[in-house]
Design a protein around this ligand. Structure first.
Ligand SMILES: [Zn+2]
Ligand SMILES: [Zn+2]
Ligand SMILES: [Zn+2]
Ligand SMILES: [Zn+2]
Ligand SMILES: [Zn+2]
Ligand SMILES: [Zn+2]
Ligand SMILES: [Zn+2]
Length: 334
């Protein structure tokens, strides 16, 4: 369905004349129904926030999209709403908007830029906690979307907003304090611009589907030397499973600062070890091996039974019952 933003036929309560959204306003698409008790309670809060935000000049418009089951409850529910309303009879538009924003329940507030780019997929908590103040944050995101070609997307695909040092956030990836960075309102996570750039340039890894020691899906990353240089002032880094220095390409977990070279990735992905431990148990690839050892013994490290080498944080082949571990380089030789 093609949503023509100028010809949506929005009305105000009681009116029948089509009304347009004032250009430049941030938009809140409010999906709700009278039969949802939380939606009824929330309404007065939303009206208060809406009125406060627009007190000096019009900056924010709300469009009510009803999930009411009949026109009478719709009428009663929308009576006090000071904002724009999709006429109940225009079911095509109501369903079209719900589909566009992927709404699956009957109580939702989606905030978008004037050009309908989603700033927050569910802003109900924002309004509940911060009332009219939420607007400043939405606005900071929106003004950024205008000036930058593209705001980045977080790991879950939400549009991120620009932040500076006044927000006092830490980067979820390099853990440093953010001077310039991005934040996701939904995931409540922030990243510095450098980490975010490398994250955005990495791809989800469809080839090996390997996980780091904390069971995050690793990303297919390149130019990691540049990343380590710009973030940690040293272009050298090691593959956690072979202790070699990769050439900048490989699998990376941004949250754990964890790398695996492609040689290791290939082995962990396809090699089934025929060897068994001394008691005859199977030895299997265990990506979270070091996390488990840390839980038990407090050090994030394992030592290979065959070559004697130690690995910090890396996965290995293991019989966990006997604490019998074999490293990838040794498996590679078999
Ligand atoms: Zn960072
Ligand atoms: Zn997010
Ligand atoms: Zn390796
Ligand atoms: Zn991780
Ligand atoms: Zn972790
Ligand atoms: Zn070994
Ligand atoms: Zn065993």
């Amino acid at each position: 369905m093609d949503l023509d933003k100028r010809k949506m036929g929005l009305i105000r309560h009681g009116g029948h004349e089509p009304t347009e959204i004032q250009p430049g306003c941030l938009i809140g698409f409010y999906f709700a129904a009278h039969w949802v008790p939380t939606a009824r309670n929330f309404l007065s809060k939303l009206i208060a926030a809406y009125t406060a935000i627009n007190s000096s000049s019009k900056k924010f418009e709300i469009i009510f999209v009803s999930f009411d089951r009949n026109e009478d409850t719709f009428e009663a529910f929308s009576q006090e709403m000071p904002w724009l309303i999709v006429p109940y009879k225009n079911e095509t538009l109501r369903i079209g908007l719900a589909k566009k924003f992927q709404i699956s329940d009957s109580f939702h507030l989606v905030i978008t830029t004037p050009l309908w780019k989603v700033i927050s997929q569910n802003a109900i908590e924002d309004v509940k906690c911060k009332a009219a103040q939420s607007f400043d944050f939405w606005e900071s995101i929106s003004s950024n979307v205008k000036s930058y070609e593209e705001s980045p997307y977080c790991e879950k695909g939400h549009l991120m907003g620009f932040i500076d040092q006044t927000f006092k956030k830490r980067c979820a990836y390099c853990k440093s304090e953010i001077i310039k960075g991005w934040t996701c309102l939904e995931c409540k996570m922030s990243t510095c611009t450098i980490c975010q750039e490398f994250y955005s340039n990495s791809a989800s890894d469809e080839e090996f589907k390997l996980q780091c020691l904390h069971s995050h899906q690793m990303r297919h990353a390149s130019k990691m030397n540049e990343y380590y240089m710009s973030r940690f002032l040293n272009s050298k880094y090691t593959c956690r499973t072979c202790n070699q220095l990769p050439d900048g390409n490989g699998l990376h977990c941004f949250s754990c600062i964890f790398d695996m070279c492609f040689v290791c990735a290939k082995i962990a992905y396809e090699k089934k070890l025929k060897k068994r431990c001394e008691k005859g148990h199977e030895i299997t690839w265990t990506h979270e091996l070091c996390a488990k050892i840390q839980e038990k013994f407090g050090k994030c490290e394992f030592r290979c039974e065959i070559c004697g080498e130690s690995y910090m944080g890396g996965g290995g082949y293991a019989c966990q019952a006997c604490e019998y571990y074999v490293c990838i380089p040794c498996v590679r030789k078999t």
